[in-house]
Design a protein around this ligand. Structure first.
Ligand code: PLP
Length: 382
């Protein structure tokens, strides 16, 4: 019985893929802070691969069910955006077309628009029905780009149905799985081709590293490994070390994030000054049934639409003491990020943020402290 390599998320993060004998028995792997390796060894040059990054990559591939037997691999790159742009560019060429969900991370949508200058078209769709993709399909469509749940209003796409449609048409599928993490969702199991992550968020987990990762199987990810060398965007060794350290506690942090996230979501749902809460694990979430089918939990990220004037909403955000105003999420620290909710809706916020929401990242602080902070701040709403 090989208990050392058992592949539950907890065991993967703690032990899987380690070779202690390579590092004099060191429990914590060293940082191979080197650009090159002497001829005749397993490594050549750190733009191509580096043993410190590989500790993290083996674990992420296992967490995402990209088994080495099927050519499964994870590739660490310099940011989540690098993962997104590198994965997209690997799937489309001039004259082709892609379909992207309208709720994808803003800069990912910006990149899709940027590609128009190279003759690559993009249609943005709601993506909550598989018919949205069927209707946007053209003979030159080569890529469907998903983000489920999306990180602003948490809309989901039916991964198995979209993957079936894409495979029948010979279209590649890429998903941003940052929000769920492989602890709660494994898109490759539903037939999705490539998974991208902002490792800056939950994987790093401590608001101290910027990195991304691309995961897949077979020929696609083998090609991407060569393309990462060509683009030159492999993450540096120190980032790989921070990521493998952060990853050790991912399952416990995700469990705590779900406990705190759900408690805050339920509190807000019951609050008279809150119009709507966006959190897939709530029974009232419109796609809750789909959530139960393809996810096994939710993290600490959620949004709500407050009642009250724009001025009182701004005052509410100002009054928060523990929830700090900042973008990003996935660390230990609670954050608030108004996504268009402090001013009248624009075309952009109507498209991607349901006209505007307040996004909260519920961190690892004491839940009573967090609820008290919200209570005193929500009092400001008129
Ligand atoms: N994907 C999602 C859902 C994000 O929220 C972010 C960053 O906020 C990114 C991708 C981009 O990641 P990075 O900031 O590491 O480039």
């Amino acid at each position: 019985m090989d208990l050392q390599n058992r592949q539950t998320p907890e065991d993967i993060c703690a032990h899987y893929g380690e070779d202690y004998s390579k590092h004099f028995g060191a429990m914590s792997p060293p940082i191979y802070q080197t650009s090159l390796f002497l001829d005749g060894n397993d490594y050549t040059y750190s733009r191509v691969s580096n043993p410190t990054l590989e500790v993290f990559e083996k674990k992420v591939a296992a967490l995402e069910h990209a088994s080495p037997g099927e050519g499964g691999r994870a590739l660490t790159v310099s940011s989540g955006m690098a993962a997104i742009t590198t994965a997209i560019l690997s799937c489309v060429r001039a004259g082709e077309h892609m379909i992207m969900v309208r709720t994808a991370y803003g800069p990912a949508r910006g990149f899709a628009r940027y590609l128009e200058r190279f003759g690559i078209g993009c249609t943005f769709v709601h993506g909550t029905r598989v018919e949205d993709f069927e209707e946007a399909y053209r003979p030159e469509t080569k890529l469907i780009y998903l983000e489920s749940p999306c990180s602003a209003i948490f809309e989901l796409q039916d991964l198995a149905a979209v993957a079936d449609f894409a495979r029948a048409k010979g279209i590649a599928t890429v998903i941003d799985n940052t929000c769920a993490t492989p602890v709660y969702q494994q898109p490759l199991d539903f037939g999705i081709d490539l998974v991208v992550h902002s490792a800056t968020k939950y994987f790093g987990g401590h608001s101290d590293a910027v990195a991304g990762v691309i995961v897949g199987k077979g020929e696609r990810i083998a090609r991407l490994a060569n393309e990462r060398t060509m683009w030159g965007n492999a993450a540096p060794p120190m980032q790989g070390w921070l990521l493998q350290r952060g990853l050790r506690t991912l399952p416990v942090r995700m469990k705590a994030a779900m406990e705190n996230g759900l408690a805050v979501a339920r509190y807000l749902e019951a609050h008279p000054k809150v119009e709507r809460v966006y959190y897939p694990a709530l029974e009232s979430f419109p796609q809750h049934e789909l959530y139960l089918r393809q996810m096994s939990g939710c993290g600490g990220l959620l949004s709500f639409s407050p009642r009250g004037s724009y001025a009182s909403r701004a005052e509410m955000v100002r009054r928060l003491q523990v929830f700090k105003k900042a973008p990003s999420w996935g660390g230990y620290d609670s954050l608030v990020c108004p996504l268009g909710a402090l001013e009248p809706p624009t075309e952009e916020t109507l498209l991607a943020h349901d006209g505007g929401v307040i996004r909260l990242y519920v961190g690892l602080e004491n839940i009573e402290t967090l609820l008290e902070d919200l209570e005193q701040a929500l009092d400001a709403l008129d």
